[in-house]
Design a protein around this ligand. Structure first.
Ligand code: DX5
Ligand code: ZN
Length: 221
């Protein structure tokens, strides 16, 4: 069942010189999850942050830390992110030879497990692992950078995944990541998404604008 819309600001668009303050600011502004984009310069063409930063940010917010791993190989780093304080750990099926094993590992560590589908990855990738999932993260851009344009064809994938999740009867978040603004947020929610990642659209205008930005994305005016 599609839940109420939750907003997951991606700290990739935050001020990296003030990350603790930024995480506190989005927490006070009404964010639901803190979305952490981890990139390795190999699986995706950008480098961001590691488990040490997650650990340093952990005391700054009680919100769910939604950690999106865009790294390969991924298994060797999963325990470090779990230990650092991640609540949800999401991986790409292309990031290792055994995605089922990777998801089992995340669950064994007591964390929620997510799978992320790139724009070129078919929805069928979730079918064999549905019973292990707490979250499906649909990429609406090719991963690597904030500020890219939403790919409209992804809306059909969101609809297809909503049907799969509902048919499963399981409580699985359907999260969309990339190019989310007021308009694409509406489209993604209409297609069945219930968690929206937003970097640029959350952090634009500085801390005094975060609450209004989040409200707008949630569908309020
Ligand atoms: C892209 C990341 C996204 C990105 C979203 O690889 O996974 O989380 O930061 O940024 P915006 O909202 O700016 O498209
Ligand atoms: Zn992300």
């Amino acid at each position: 069942m599609q839940q109420e819309t939750r907003i997951a600001p991606s700290i990739l668009s935050a001020d990296f010189a003030n990350l603790g303050a930024e995480v506190r600011a989005i927490t006070e502004a009404g964010a639901d999850y803190v979305h952490v984009d981890v990139m390795d310069g190999h699986f995706v063409p950008n480098l961001t942050i590691g488990p040490g930063v997650v650990k340093a940010l952990r005391p700054h917010s009680a919100l769910t830390f939604d950690v999106h791993l865009m790294i390969s190989p991924v298994d060797i780093f999963v325990p470090a992110f779990a230990e650092a304080g991640a609540d949800i750990i999401t991986v790409h099926p292309e990031a290792g030879p055994h995605v089922h094993r990777t998801l089992q590992l995340i669950k064994t560590l007591g964390k929620k497990a997510g799978i992320s589908l790139n724009p070129g990855t078919p929805v069928e990738a979730v079918d064999p692992v549905l019973d292990l999932l707490d979250l499906v993260l649909v990429m609406s851009v090719n991963p690597g950078f904030g500020g890219q344009a939403f790919i409209p064809g992804v809306l059909r994938k969101i609809e297809a995944l909503r049907r799969r999740i509902d048919d499963s009867g399981r409580d699985i978040d359907l999260e969309v990541d990339g190019g989310i603004n007021a308009e694409t947020a509406r489209d993604a929610v209409a297609a069945g998404a219930d968690v929206l990642v937003a970097g640029t659209a959350t952090f634009q205008g500085g801390a005094s604008a975060y609450a209004e930005n989040i409200r707008t994305l949630r569908g309020g005016s």
